[in-house]
Design a protein around this ligand. Sequence first.
Ligand code: UT7
Length: 335
Amino acid sequence: MKNTAKSVGIVGTGACLPERVLTNFDLEKIVETSDEWIRSRTGIEERRITDDKTATSDIATCAARKALEDAGVEPEEIDMIIVATVTPDMAFPSTACIVQSNLGAVNASAFDIEAACTGFLYGISIAEKFILAGGVKTVLVIGADTLSKITNWEDRNTCVLFGDGAGAAVLKEVDEGSGILSVAIGAEGWKGHVLTQPAGGSRMPATVETVKNKKHFIYMDGQEVYKFAVNIMVEATEKVLGNTGMSTGDIDYLIPHQANIRIVKAASKRLKVDMDKVYVNLQKYGNMSAASIPVALDEAVREGKVKKDDVLVLVGFGGGLTWGSCVMKWNKATT
Ligand code: UT7
């Protein structure tokens, strides 16, 4: 395959948030918690929750349609659909195949990737490589999760943190020197036990017992994830900047995974990036897993915070444990 593309960038973005809002005050009625605790420990004020009829593919399709419209791309032009999710509609077919069918993207290959909250950055990395290799011109990358479906609403350690949402991006070849300048992904699988959904796979297939023992829900050692998060966000950001000969002083906008304002602030402080250059929307949506970064990117662009030629760093971490980072020169004209 001929290597024709010189540089790959995002040419359109879209987001989809369920309408139902669940506030901290609503949670006070469900578990022993308080708005004060949640705000001060996480920065989250409310989150969006899907209704019983809505699955991950529904919000993924909605975000994808917006990204295609923004990019001016027809479904038939898509060569590849990548959905990053840990809450697929079902084990198979993949959520990407369901989205393909919803969109009528008849010329696309379609597959899911599972890298939890880092999934969108894994998707960006894969998309970039395929386009650079030639043969694939247009890739749709979606980060979509409905963590509310696997949340134990009796566990205050986890249920206050998460929300549902989907974000999408269309990637194509762009002018040389713009778009993605460097992308890095990695994992520390030996730490995976600190964030799991134990049952429902081949290790612990679903039984009456697994359901009774709440093994289909999220289990998390919050403090261990926290420690990993701050360190890896700093390392991952420095890594991609280093690959391009830039430093944190060159960052116009930092778009981090939206898990906890304390994590975001601690990492930004260590990176010496002022908080007014950091995009934060976790107060509205909580941690939306794979959707957090693409939704934040879409909002930052639509709010006019990101301008053409700005240097953006996208950085995240998540279950696996995984991490990812990407530095890009924003290649799209903004209003
Ligand atoms: O995308 C990756 C997903 N995960 C993350 O990013 C999570 C990273 N970790 C965190 O964000 C934080 O560790 C948490 C927000 C999860 C917890 O904050 P923390 O400051 O580490 O609190 P903690 O776990 O040390 O708990 C402090 C206290 C405990 O009570 P005691 O033992 O001190 O009496 C908890 O039982 O707070 C209690 N607690 C709560 N109290 C009220 C835990 N959750 C709640 C709650 N409401 N929702």
